[in-house]
Design a protein around this ligand. Structure first.
Ligand SMILES: Cc1ncc(COP(=O)(O)O)c(C=O)c1O
Length: 378
């Protein structure tokens, strides 16, 4: 038998898994804490967890486990179309096993041999991994001062590329793309027959989400695919459910090329119930707003922390003036049972950036207390 490595496709042989936050299992092993004892600030999801109505829908669906789920998540797509006020129909929607599945599906469906994808640095790492898995190349565009996306820098790199990944607001920088910049980039992409994958997974945490979303603009931009998730504000993180909105031609390609039964029979009804529970979203947004203000003030007291006001539900902090690397600070925090995101794995960042989510007040107080102890020891 030949070595297995020699049988692997070239583009797969060199793949490395993307680094993420929420590594509570590894963190528990390292720290000696149990997973449930670790306070996870590295994962930016709803600190209140999912809606009780979604949890009830899950238990109500237990009887469905013995059958295959609806392969195309039709009921959920219908409810999603209604949720967006009838400006789209279910033919504009594809549902994925988490929104990450749709990144891979999109790259696989549209990137042909020799075609390139372009994206910001830093941004969410799975876009790059999805492109690499197809065997094709990535071009990075560095963000400008204060980690803002600059239209001119993108316009320079876009010619000759097939696919553009954007994240609004961006992970890990917590910055929204200014509307004018976004429109300029989208217009350029349209004029160059380039497809745009716009990740709006964190947009529901933003006050003016409705005026910022591009979901209602898919008629103007037939080249645009917008990503959303039930992981973030809906807190259905472990169930794995996300969706994309685009013109029916794009959606049809993805529906035909995805694996069957990709979204399970508990996730589909849970997502429907979560979407209908507007009260839970309202309470969540109010909590995030209040706690963001609290953390802005408290984190600002650490002279070694440099950050601007976040747009999303997480803070992105330059810690170089603490004289600690992100990795060293992460370990000091973990000794106290708190997990923060060391951002050094993001392309375009050095070893001095961390990301922390906004959680409940009690948890945020613990975070600040742990930072005090961790920084005192420098
Ligand atoms: C910007 C962004 N998009 C997508 C995802 C993945 O979301 P999902 O859980 O829906 O796959 C993440 C996860 O951290 C993210 O930060």
């Amino acid at each position: 038998m030949k070595p297995i490595e020699s049988l692997v496709r070239d583009n797969v042989r060199n793949l490395k898994p993307c680094v993420h936050g929420a590594e509570v299992y590894g963190a528990a092993e390292e720290s000696g804490f149990k997973t449930e004892e670790i306070l996870d600030f590295s994962s930016s999801v709803n600190p209140l967890g999912p809606s009780q109505k979604a949890l009830d829908a899950i238990t109500g669906a237990f009887g469905k486990i013995e059958a295959y789920p609806d392969s195309n998540s039709n009921a959920l797509r219908q409810i999603l179309a209604e949720h967006f006020g009838g400006s789209i129909t279910k033919d504009n929607i594809v549902v994925g096993n988490g929104s990450t599945e749709l990144m891979y599906l999109f790259a696989e469906a549209f990137l042909r041999r020799g075609e390139k994808a372009v994206m910001a640095a830093p941004t969410f790492g799975e876009y790059e991994s999805a492109v690499r898995k197809t065997g094709e190349c990535v071009k990075f565009v560095r963000l400008g001062g204060n980690f803002q996306i600059e239209a001119q820098a993108f316009r320079q790199e876009m010619p000759g590329c097939k696919l553009l990944f954007l994240c609004n607001p961006n992970n890990p920088t917590s910055k929204l793309i200014p509307q004018k910049t976004l429109t300029e980039i989208l217009d350029t992409a349209l004029s160059q027959d380039m497809l745009v994958f716009l990740d709006e997974d964190f947009l529901e945490f933003i006050d003016d989400e409705k005026s910022r979303t591009m979901i209602h603009r898919i008629d103007r931009y037939p080249n645009l695919f917008i990503l959303r998730s039930f992981t973030k504000i809906f807190g259905l993180t472990g169930l794995r459910c996300g969706y994309g909105v685009a013109n029916p031609e794009i959606i049809n390609v993805l529906l035909c090329s995805k694996i069957p039964w990709n979204v399970n029979c508990l996730a589909q009804p849970a997502a429907i119930a979560a979407l209908k529970d507007e009260e839970h979203l309202k309470v969540t947004r109010a909590l995030i707003k209040q706690e963001k203000a609290y953390l802005q003030k408290e984190l600002g007291q650490f002279s070694g922390f440099c950050f601007s006001e976040p747009d999303a539900n997480f803070f992105f902090i330059d810690i170089r003036n603490t004289n600690l690397t992100a990795n060293a600070l992460k370990h000091r925090m973990l000794k106290q049972g708190i997990l923060i995101r060391d951002c050094s794995s993001f392309v375009g960042l050095n070893e001095f950036y961390i990301r922390v989510a906004v959680k409940t007040h009690e948890e945020n107080v613990r975070l600040i207390d742990a930072f005090k102890k961790a920084l005192k020891a420098v």
